[in-house]
Design a protein around this ligand. Structure first.
Ligand SMILES: C[S@@+](CC[C@H](N)C(=O)[O-])C[C@H]1O[C@@H](n2cnc3c(N)ncnc32)[C@H](O)[C@@H]1O
Length: 262
């Protein structure tokens, strides 16, 4: 993709320093959110009945009717794929899988050529959809991804925005129950620590945060942070762990039964 890597040398000017610190998460929250555990436990204990998002149901239907998803081939998800550049890279990396990138932003997806909510080239599919609805529909129909990547989700750094972070969002039990190996990457250590803690609380299994130092960015945001020499973190929830969660908790939360729309 032609990105440059500025990790190997020191910044020399004030402007360069300012550029390198740009994009770093700034938050008044200095550690794992004190209400994280209570929030996760509440989401695990209650049924989440938010209606499904009608335009995303339509996108999902098109995915099933008009793309090679219907062939039942093993697939990889790139959730919150932004412009879809990461999806295209993954598709090259995993030629035996279908790779599906989903994002709600028409503007970002259009940069890869998406116009009518669905775009496919070879084994790469881009889809415009709201993730909480898309994940629930896939889970309801038993479509389990081989791998599920979430590259650099919006950090929502204000403490009051805790429930917008994926691990503290009511859809989190469904994200786990959807299954497959989940990997999130982010440049805010607290987000990574919270995600790992939330996954561990929900599944009863240890989930660790790893420091992540790739040579090249897997996505535009990853490349941007690499260029600015920012530390990166990844959290992986193994497939076996999500499988057990799906079997023991999936039904209990009735997360596969959403039928109303908004
Ligand atoms: C910070 S960007 C990261 C983009 C890309 N993954 C990357 O690493 O370059 C987060 C992306 O998540 C998408 N997103 C956030 N909430 C979403 C939702 N509820 N449904 C679908 N996409 C969402 C945004 O539109 C945005 O493109």
């Amino acid at each position: 993709m032609g990105y440059q890597n500025a990790r190997c040398r020191k910044p020399e000017t004030f402007h360069e320093l300012r550029h390198l610190s740009a994009g770093q998460v700034s938050s008044s929250q200095q550690g794992v959110h004190p209400r994280l555990e209570r929030t996760i436990r509440r989401h695990l204990d209650r049924h989440w009945l938010q209606p499904l998002h009608r335009p995303s149901i339509d996108s999902y239907q098109r995915l099933k009717d008009e793309s090679s998803f219907a062939d039942g081939r093993s697939f990889i998800l790139d959730s919150g794929c932004g412009t879809g550049k990461s999806t295209q890279q993954l598709a090259k990396q995993y030629p035996d899988h279908l790779v599906i990138g989903a994002d709600r932003s028409q503007v970002r997806l259009a940069r890869s050529g998406l116009q009518q909510n669905l775009w496919q080239r070879d084994n790469c599919i881009l889809l415009r959809a709201d993730l909480p609805t898309f994940w629930r529909l896939l889970a309801r129909d038993g479509h389990i991804p081989h791998k599920h990547f979430l590259f650099y989700p919006n950090p929502w750094p204000k403490p009051g925005h805790l429930k917008r972070r994926w691990h503290a969002h009511p859809v989190f039990p469904c994200l786990l129950a959807l299954g497959g190996e989940i990997e999130i990457r982010c440049n805010w250590e607290i987000y990574a620590l919270e995600f790992a803690q939330a996954a561990s609380l929900a599944t009863g299994e240890p989930v660790a945060v790893e420091k992540y130092t790739p040579q090249h960015g897997a996505s535009p945001f990853e490349q941007k942070y690499l260029d600015r020499a920012q530390p990166l973190y990844s959290v992986t929830v193994p497939r076996q762990v999500t499988k057990v969660f799906r079997h023991t908790q999936g039904e209990k939360h009735s997360i596969f039964s959403g039928s109303k729309c908004y």
